[in-house]
Design a protein around this ligand. Structure first.
Ligand SMILES: [Zn+2]
Length: 343
């Protein structure tokens, strides 16, 4: 089953660039720039980049981004880490990928335009070497001033149709409510940019409702606490938003204490569109195939269920209707060849 899942064509929609750097690359890029690292042993370095079983909160989890962000301050680094992420995804047969990152967190030396061009160059190289299409989602950060979010929205709009497809709100959900960033998401909506918002991860159902009501979210990052309030659950169902669920990440941020408690099955059975992602490959030491295997082994998802999750991901992706239809047809063929399953 492990091998079969790895071979299945997949999409991943919730994946942070800064949480998915290869350890060896962090070492090499730091050495090239003469940057000081807490250790130069790869094994020890991974402890700074990955969570362990003692991680107790989202705040602790977010500390794992400090070192990658120190590295992601040059054009060379940005292009390389983007390319490598596409390579890692392609090696487990991901065919469509939405990579998200906060461009303003890489502007210690570069300007935002340089940051965008460097990341887009990584995508272009990745797409030319692998059979994978990738797009970008730009992240506004909750803790930053709302004017920064407007700046990110304007940047996303500038690069709309040139590799950027959406806007996200990420960061400390517990202390910074979504409505402060309403203006940025209004601009995005008006310009035809797609919207996804991290909500219902650390904060409760109300945060999900606000993401839909104030930020016009089409997808919710996590959203797993939507079931804490009946009205919110109804809103989620009626609005047709898709939940981007990342089970292992939820375990690592302590939103759930045991994978078997994860509500993904409940949402799936309620008919709420759900797509599965890793959130951060390096922080959680995870691949998308491993995530699907967990659903199969621990949460009773059959191969047909897995196909339904993958096709939900295609439907919720921020690409055109024609591109989605093409992916569905190609995926069905590939699925049939791999599994002998007729969908
Ligand atoms: Zn996330």
């Amino acid at each position: 089953m492990r091998d079969l899942i790895r071979k299945l064509p997949k999409v991943e929609l919730h994946l942070h660039l800064d949480g998915s750097l290869r350890g060896r690359t962090v070492l090499e890029l730091a050495e090239n720039r003469g940057l000081e690292l807490p250790t130069y042993s790869l094994e020890e370095l991974m402890e700074y980049l990955q969570v362990n079983d003692n991680c107790n909160s989202l705040a602790e989890y977010l500390e794992k981004f400090e070192l990658p962000l120190k590295i992601m301050q040059t054009k060379e680094a940005l292009t390389r880490v983007t390319y490598e992420l596409i390579e890692d995804a392609a090696l487990e047969n991901i065919k469509y990928l939405e990579i998200r990152f906060a461009p303003l967190l890489s502007t210690e030396k570069l300007n935002a335009e340089e940051v965008m061009k460097a990341v887009l160059a990584g995508i272009e190289q990745g797409e030319s070497d692998y059979d994978l299409q990738a797009n970008l989602i730009l992240c506004c950060m909750r803790h930053q001033d709302p004017s920064k979010s407007i700046e990110v929205a304007q940047l996303a709009i500038e690069y709309l149709d040139q590799g950027v497809v959406g806007l996200d709100l990420a960061g400390d959900e517990a202390n910074f409510p979504p409505e402060e960033h309403e203006e940025a998401f209004k601009l995005a909506t008006e310009a035809g940019l797609h919207r996804t918002v991290h909500a219902g991860e650390v904060a409760g159902a109300e945060s999900v409702k606000k993401a839909i009501d104030y930020l016009n979210a089409e997808r919710i990052g996590h959203g797993i606490r939507s079931n804490e309030d009946k009205e919110t659950l109804e809103t989620v169902k009626e609005s047709g938003v898709t939940l981007e669920v990342c089970p292992t990440s939820n375990l690592h941020t302590n939103v759930i204490t045991n994978l078997v408690q994860h509500p993904i099955r409940e949402y799936y059975e309620l008919g709420i569109p759900v797509t599965v992602s890793t959130d951060n490959r390096t922080v959680s030491d995870l691949t998308l195939s491993q995530e699907y295997l967990l659903l199969y082994e621990k949460l009773g998802f059959s191969l047909t269920d897995i196909w339904n999750l993958i096709s939900s991901g295609i439907k919720a992706s921020f690409i055109t209707k024609e591109e989605k239809e093409k992916l569905i047809v190609n995926f069905k063929d590939e699925f049939k060849n791999i599994t002998d399953y007729s969908l």
